[in-house]
Write a protein that binds this ligand. Structure first.
Ligand code: ADP
Length: 491
């Protein structure tokens, strides 16, 4: 049984600070169609498959729109449009002209930022604060950043002639729908490639809005094609003979399937897969800031980020104090309407994902872990999960080893720096991690020994288009973002 917190302990302290009136963002001004077709060759085109599926609002369990399900013939049409556009227009266009188109997309995204943020929160369940302040501005920032590189590629790779790969097939997940689309499309275009992108089946709407922006930016037809659908559509892209490069972000399981499918072909690939980040708190850390960093690392995003700080390692001498402060802070977290500006934790993206979180938490309890959840009330409809922590867990516990993708934190203690490093590295993943300490030397010692692509010191989950991102071991291969992200799209 999970123990639940009680507001009583912290009520007096926090009452005046966290009793907010509802402040919902109104969706009245956004324009959503009832039905979305595939974006192929610059036009919205009905699917040859004639199939559509519904995308729903996970906070209400209501249908938002029907979305086309691309079959093999649709993927063929998208790849052929991308090939034509590559051969005839995009690879021939002077790089500075390509750059202008990419800037235009960035500016249009900024102009429509509010609309994009609302749709992201409606379709994916994440709090408007996250989509408004992180997803959408960062997505536009990626287009701005890579627009700047378009005519400077030869400087990015001194001594080499920058040549595009051709047609890129890009498959993205539901946790950062628009941002992942930007991560993938912006560098591909800057390098002179054309694109067939598939968003996740539970969050296709902002990618389709991006298709409208791309159309409004007058990008030559076929340079970006956006096809919607589920795993079978993704597999059709991966296995298509007309594609030169696959960029995938998603689960390690699907990443392995893709890697097998690509083995022996000439297709290049980058895979950004799962993670199980360690967040390490030393006794000399600023403890209140660390608590905020923990909450930001695992709860503010419903744990829906592959780089979420889902394993917490606390130095034994401060464990009790930190745990008490963390539990107090958990009681103040507001779970609910993603469109409310006060909401800290939104809806879980889908019923399937919610069931997966519930079953892993059950396993954690059966394995002897001590489970504690905040006492917040949850809306009656929709997919929700309370912020949850586990103590008394072993390195071998399933909830310590497996990616949960929910607001669930496994907490362990350590005594020495060496023990912290060893425990942090004891995972098949290696995407990200965090270290909290007052000592710069300790930061360098620990971060140089942790096998993870991104490490934050005295902060967590900070992103910037100039900074490369990617993992070790089962977290994938290749880097996205920054200058490194260019080479993923050049021969
Ligand atoms: P997550 O667990 O994050 O949903 P998935 O790996 O299941 O991750 O999904 C990520 C993306 O991969 C989605 O767009 C999904 O439709 C797509 N996908 C799922 N199965 C396959 C497959 N066999 N081949 C290609 N793409 C796939």
């Amino acid at each position: 049984m999970a123990k639940q917190g009680s507001k009583k302990n912290v009520k007096l302290k926090f009452d005046t600070q966290w009793q907010y009136s509802a402040a919902p963002e109104s969706p009245d001004h956004i324009i959503l169609s009832d039905k979305y077709d595939l974006f192929i060759n610059g036009k919205f085109t009905p699917p040859q498959s004639k199939k559509y599926f519904d995308t729903i609002n996970p906070a209400k369990e209501t249908r938002i729109a029907s979305v086309a399900e691309a079959g093999q013939a649709d993927v063929d049409a998208a790849v052929s449009a991308a090939r034509q556009a590559y051969n005839k227009v995009w690879s021939k266009m002077p790089a500075r002209e390509r750059g202008k188109y990419i800037y235009r997309i960035a500016r249009l995204m900024q102009e429509r930022a509010r609309e994009l943020a609302i749709i992201e929160s409606m379709d994916g369940g994440k709090p408007i604060r996250e989509s408004r302040d992180i997803d959408v501005p960062l997505a536009a920032a990626h287009f701005f950043y890579y627009a700047g590189w378009a005519d400077k590629l030869d400087y990015a790779l001194p001594g080499m002639k920058a040549e595009p790969m051709g047609v890129a097939g890009q498959i993205i997940p539901w946790n950062f729908p628009l941002l992942m689309a930007a991560w993938k499309i912006a560098p591909a275009l800057a390098c002179g490639n054309t694109v067939v992108l598939k968003p996740a089946e539970t969050t296709p709407l902002t990618a389709l809005k991006l298709a409208e922006i791309i159309r409004d930016a007058d990008l030559p037809p076929g340079v970006v094609n956006i096809v919607t659908g589920a795993g079978a559509t993704g597999a059709a892209i991966v296995n298509h003979a007309g594609i030169d490069k696959i960029a995938f972000t998603g689960s390690t399981d699907v990443g392995k399937i893709i890697q097998k499918a690509l083995a022996g072909t000439s297709k290049k690939f980058t895979l950004e897969l799962g993670g199980k980040a360690a967040n390490i708190i030393f006794e000399d850390a600023a403890i209140d800031q660390a608590v905020e960093g923990i909450v930001n690392g695992i709860f503010f995003n419903q744990g829906h980020v592959c780089c979420a700080g889902s394993r917490l390692f606390v130095q034994e001498s401060i464990a009790n104090t930190l745990l008490r402060k963390l539990k107090d802070r958990m009681e103040t977290l507001i779970v609910g309407d993603p469109l409310d500006k006060n909401t800290d934790i939104g809806a879980i993206n889908s019923r399937d994902q919610l069931n997966k979180i519930k079953s892993l938490v059950k396993i954690g309890i059966n394995e002897g872990g001590e489970c504690y959840q905040s006492s917040c009330s949850l809306p009656s409809k929709g997919f929700w999960f309370r912020p949850t922590i586990f103590t008394n867990v072993a390195q071998s516990s399933k909830i310590v080893q497996e990616e949960i993708f929910g607001p669930v934190l496994a907490i362990q203690t350590f005594r020495t720096v060496e023990e912290a490093i060893e425990k942090a590295n004891n995972t098949p993943y290696g995407l990200s991690g965090g270290v909290w300490t007052d000592k710069g030397s300790k930061v360098f010692k620990v971060t140089s020994k942790i096998k993870a692509g991104v490490l934050w010191a005295n902060t967590f989950n900070k992103f910037d288009p100039t900074s490369p991102f990617g993992g070790y071991k089962e977290s994938g291969s290749g880097r996205e973002g920054g200058m490194h992200g260019l080479s993923a799209y050049l021969k």
